[in-house]
Design a protein around this ligand. Structure first.
Ligand SMILES: *Cc1c(COP(=O)(O)O)cnc(C)c1O
Length: 421
């Protein structure tokens, strides 16, 4: 459930009409709902009730400061995958002991930043990285808490670009080598081994791959404990999928996921950490765009809109589907008609949908892409010198611009001219 609903024929974000935001900030823009963000966080938090746990929002999904503060306010920790994300989390007021550092290529500088500012744990992805964390920790005279990310070799049955838990993927260490790697970690004086980490992919629509992986983590916990390691925290990653289409069968709910976690791992007495990103932010955001032209082609009509692949790359990059709705609710009985919905960028890949049924639309009409809150704004670029589009946060009947659209001067002045020109 989200808070983007029609009222008297007009689409609202909570208590604010979308058309009012469009008039104030111009199109295209992203808009997020505070109530939806917090509700999604709470679904996970409640799902793990009764176990010692922390929900660390995977902020790569949507990392605006205002979104981080909104989630931190209700108790979220953060999962970061770069030094920049670490800085963002700190800037939003998240304490270091609620920040988890994931990612396959942490540099010595990033590790130093996190060890200096405080960190809950590093999720170590390789042996060379483990050696560097140890070296930096020793140089700073601190001990770095770590888990090792194991690759359980399970098929997440999701899009190839977001599957991470098969042995051919670049992530983690093979679970078969865990014993050896943990022994090495335990021998390094700058490290403290505290647990195990696993993350098998994103947009999973079935609990079975999670359950397979978590059972392997349960076995590994017993084995590593027997080998003398004090395994007390299990980081289970993110990855629970969201419904991108209203018609499709629904992915499992957080409460079902939580029950499965308790069933597979509850007996171990470990603190549970999860890192959901998409499920928290995905359906908490829309991208709103305006129809520039309706163009009649041969056998098909195109809606040429002012949003493009640089603003929302998921359809071009992952063949992703987004439900697209008219901001003005179609009147009952209006016959929908098929459109190809495209942006103005000079690439055929700049196509959001083909032959999508929409109410008849005209130049100037507003449309909204649903489920655009995660991996939307954060993956946008200024390709074609199209300014990054604004982000807006709604809270009840208030809204605020949380990232402004840069001016052309700001964009152009980021370039510098060498002296010889
Ligand atoms: C991307 C990522 C997540 C979040 O995945 P979602 O599918 O957005 O929930 C969590 N943990 C790690 C390590 C990731 O790389």
């Amino acid at each position: 459930m989200d808070h983007f609903l029609y009222r008297d024929g007009a689409l609202f974000a909570e208590d604010v009409p979308i058309s009012e935001i469009a008039a104030a900030v111009g199109t295209p823009f992203y808009v997020y709902s505070t109530a939806t963000l917090q509700r999604h966080f709470k679904l996970f938090d409640d799902a793990l009730e009764g176990t010692d746990h922390l929900v660390c929002y995977a902020m790569k999904a949507a990392s605006n400061q205002a979104i981080l503060k909104t989630l931190a306010q209700v108790g979220a920790g953060m999962d970061v995958v770069s030094g920049g994300e670490y800085m963002r989390a700190k800037a939003a007021g998240v304490p270091g002991d609620k920040i988890v550092f994931s990612g396959v290529g942490k540099t010595a500088d990033e590790i130093r930043t996190a060890l200096t500012g405080g960190i809950r744990q590093f999720n170590v992805e390789s042996e060379p990285e483990m050696e560097v964390i140890n070296a930096v920790a020793q140089e700073l005279g601190v001990i770095a808490p770590i888990t090792v990310r194991v690759n359980p070799d399970v098929d997440a049955k999701t899009h190839a670009k977001i599957a991470t838990g098969k042995s051919e993927n670049k992530f983690g260490i093979p679970i078969s080598r865990a014993s050896e790697v943990y022994a090495r970690a335990a021998s390094l004086p700058g490290l403290e081994v505290i647990g195990i980490d696993v993350h098998i992919g994103s947009q999973l629509t079935d609990l079975a791959p999670f359950e397979l992986a978590y059972n392997k983590v349960a076995d590994l916990t017993a084995q590593l404990r027997a080998e003398g390691h004090n395994i007390r925290r299990l980081d289970l990653g993110g990855g629970l999928g969201i419904p991108y289409t209203r018609s499709n069968e629904a992915p499992p709910l957080p409460v079902e996921y939580g029950a499965m976690v308790k069933k597979t791992l509850g007996h171990l007495g470990c603190e549970i950490e999860i890192e959901p990103g998409r499920l928290i932010a995905g359906n908490a955001g829309l991208m709103v765009s305006k129809v520039i032209y309706v163009k009649s082609g041969e056998g098909r009509d195109f809606l040429i809109i002012d949003g493009a692949m640089n603003d929302l790359i998921r359809p071009a990059m992952y063949e992703a589907h987004h439900d697209i709705i008219a901001v003005q609710e179609p009147e009952a009985g209006v016959e929908p008609q098929p459109y190809d919905i495209v942006g103005p960028v000079c690439e055929s890949g700049d196509t959001f949908a083909k032959q999508r049924n929409m109410p008849p639309l005209q130049s100037g009409d507003l449309i909204a892409f649903r489920s655009a809150g995660a991996y939307g704004a954060v993956m946008s670029s200024e390709y074609n010198t199209r300014p990054l589009i604004p982000e807006v946060l709604v809270n009840g009947d208030q809204f605020a611009v949380i990232r402004e659209r840069p001016s052309f001067d700001e964009i152009i002045n980021r370039d510098t001219i060498p002296t010889w020109l």
